[in-house]
Design a protein around this ligand. Structure first.
Ligand code: CDP
Length: 561
């Protein structure tokens, strides 16, 4: 197998390799993949599977970089922590007891490498009465700051800082304070924010009528707001700082696989997994750039990777231990998995389709339909061997399957660095750049360099010139067809970002974590339009990021910082 590149080696050394009590690294990258494979394959013993053969398959799958599970699995499998999931949602009820229980649970989850999402919608608004003390309530935003500082103090498994998603319903009386909470620099820096909207809000918006803001403690209507004004406020805040994003709760709950367990109100930190309180999800991503040969998708290889990937994730679920008993119970009930993809742009380059084209949208849809169908075939096979997930009887699934969900598109912020591929389904950010934290290591898109050499326009001077640039569209000697293949996030219009996200969402059980990039010159109204389009496209949630806006997005937390 090919040696791992310098980026993978550096990232693994800094954050992933096992250390002794003195903090010294005690394994090699190869040993890491063996540790994880051996640990996950142990699950096979319970179901009469072949442990050794599966271990060898899992090792090859990961070491070849064809597929990687989420960071907590790579860090913790076969160690004392043994917590393998990246995505959690915790409940918050309207009592100090519940709030501070959740603070403690957040600390435990972050310590074990997971990220947490919460709906704060049940908390009584600021200024409301507090019976016990005869005082006034602080409101959701004030309590979110308690969670934020808890996160600040706890590094995940000692390796990275945790991430949170704070959700507030658009009908909560404190919604304006929530929307503008991150305008002040440094506030809630470990939170991504999302406003939860439902069809009541959108219908009021469309018909130009006011909607109700309701005190969740009493159920009383506190006042009415113009939905247009609230959307404008959301768009203005997103224009400035990238926060808040938006969730479409009705759309999310249309796909809730077990509605009898409750209505979903929140997602994990980057939005790809809508979950009930105490649910957790283990993610894994197929490296698409390794699934094309001579300009064609290698469908057979992709099928095998997806099948083995689902098996690996289901085994990981079996082997994972969770820091809170309620989570253990929920996870065993629904067995939620999130298999997704990374290196989508790499694959587009390999098959010769520009990111900004109708063909790319069609290709994305066909590709994800295949991945999704095969993921379900695999989950069905596992159900035959191991039994369906326990809540299956009350679920929306007609046939027995092993998992309530199988697919999600994660940002792959770190694992795409290990795999040296374009992240998730995003367009590349630049063609050649320097990661200063990597001792000034220069990172180049190998596919671009290969093409430049093949087509005879390669020169070290050209690479110098495009270094750290967020677009190569105005470089004269690069042929147009090559320019088209290497469009960056910056070149791709907002509408196309949305169309690609929608094409994937159509074939994903959970959700798609994606940033819709807009140019610096975009107006607040442009951002309002994007929110409207996102709803029309049937997205479950989304984030807009304006070039040059204050970048404090938690999902941007680089593992190399
Ligand atoms: O690439 P990696 O597996 O490290 O993670 P990702 O795909 O960028 O993020 C997947 C999920 O991991 C996020 O949605 C969060 O739930 C969690 N995460 C976290 O808790 N803390 C971070 N610093 C980054 C991600």
């Amino acid at each position: 197998m090919r040696p791992l590149g310098p980026i993978a080696t550096t990232v693994l050394h800094r954050r992933y390799l096992k250390r002794d009590s003195q903090g010294a690294v005690v394994e090699t990258p190869d040993e890491l993949f063996h540790r994880v494979a051996a640990n996950l394959a142990e699950a096979e013993a319970q179901f009469g599977g072949d442990v050794d053969a599966t271990e060898a398959q899992f090792y090859r799958l990961m070491r070849s970089l064809d597929f990687l599970p989420n960071s907590p699995t790579l860090m913790n499998a076969g160690t004392d922590l043994q917590q393998l999931a990246a995505c959690f949602v915790l409940p918050i009820e309207d009592s100090l007891e519940s709030i501070f229980t959740a603070v403690k649970q957040t600390a435990l989850i972050h310590q074990s490498g997971g990220g947490t999402g919460f709906s704060f919608s049940n908390l009584r608004p600021r200024g409301d009465v507090v019976m016990k003390s005869g005082g006034v309530a602080s409101g959701p935003v004030s309590f979110m700051k308690v969670f934020d500082s808890t996160t600040e103090q706890i590094k995940q498994g000692g390796r990275r800082r945790g991430a949170n998603m704070g959700v507030l319903d658009v009908s909560h009386p404190d919604i304006e304070e929530f929307i503008t909470a991150k305008r002040e620099e440094g506030v809630l820096r470990n939170f991504n924010l999302s406003v939860a909207t439902d069809e009541t809000f959108w219908e009021a918006l469309e018909s130009g009528t006011a909607y109700n803001l309701v005190n969740p403690r009493t159920g009383a209507v506190v006042r009415q707001e113009d939905p247009e004004v609230i959307l404008g406020l959301i768009a203005a805040a997103a224009w400035e700082s990238g926060d808040p994003g938006m969730l479409f709760l009705d759309r999310i709950n249309e796909d809730n696989p077990v509605p009898t367990l409750g209505r979903i109100e929140a997602t994990n930190p980057c939005g790809e997994v809508p979950e009930l309180p105490y649910e957790a999800c283990i993610l894994g991503s197929v490296n698409l750039g390794q699934h094309a040969e001579r300009g064609e998708v290698d469908w057979e290889k992709l099928r095998e990777t997806v099948h083995l990937g689902i098996r690996l994730l289901d085994d990981a679920l079996e082997m994972s231990s969770f820091p809170i008993p309620e989570i253990e119970t929920m996870v065993r009930k629904t067995r939620r998995l999130g298999l997704g993809v990374m290196g989508f742009h790499d694959m587009l380059v390999d098959v010769g389709i520009p990111y900004d084209s109708d063909e790319a949208v069609e290709f994305a849809s066909d590709l994800m339909e295949f991945v999704h169908d095969e993921a379900w075939v695999a989950s069905k096979q596992l159900a035959d061997e191991r039994g369906p997930f326990p809540a299956w009887v009350e679920s929306t699934h007609e046939n027995p399957v092993r998992n309530a969900t199988t697919t999600a598109i994660a940002p792959t912020g770190t694992i795409s660095l290990i795999a040296n591929c374009s992240s998730s389904i995003e367009p590349i950010y630049n063609v050649a750049y320097t990661k200063h934290v990597l001792e000034g290591l220069e990172i180049r898109n190998e596919r671009f360099v290969d093409r430049a050499k093949e087509r005879g326009f390669y020169s070290p001077e050209l690479l110098q010139r495009i270094h750290d640039r967020t677009s190569i569209q105005d470089v004269p000697e690069i042929p147009d067809d090559v320019k088209q293949l290497f469009q960056t996030a910056h070149d791709v219009p907002a509408e196309q970002h949305l169309r690609i996200q929608a094409a994937f969402q159509e074939h994903v059980d959970n959700a798609v974590s994606k940033t819709v990039n807009v140019p610096q010159s975009a107006s607040v109204e442009d951002i309002e339009d994007i929110f409207h389009s996102a709803r029309r496209y049937g997205l479950k949630g989304m984030t807009v990021f304006r070039s040059g806006a204050r970048a404090e997005q938690v999902l941007g937390d680089s593992p190399l910082k």
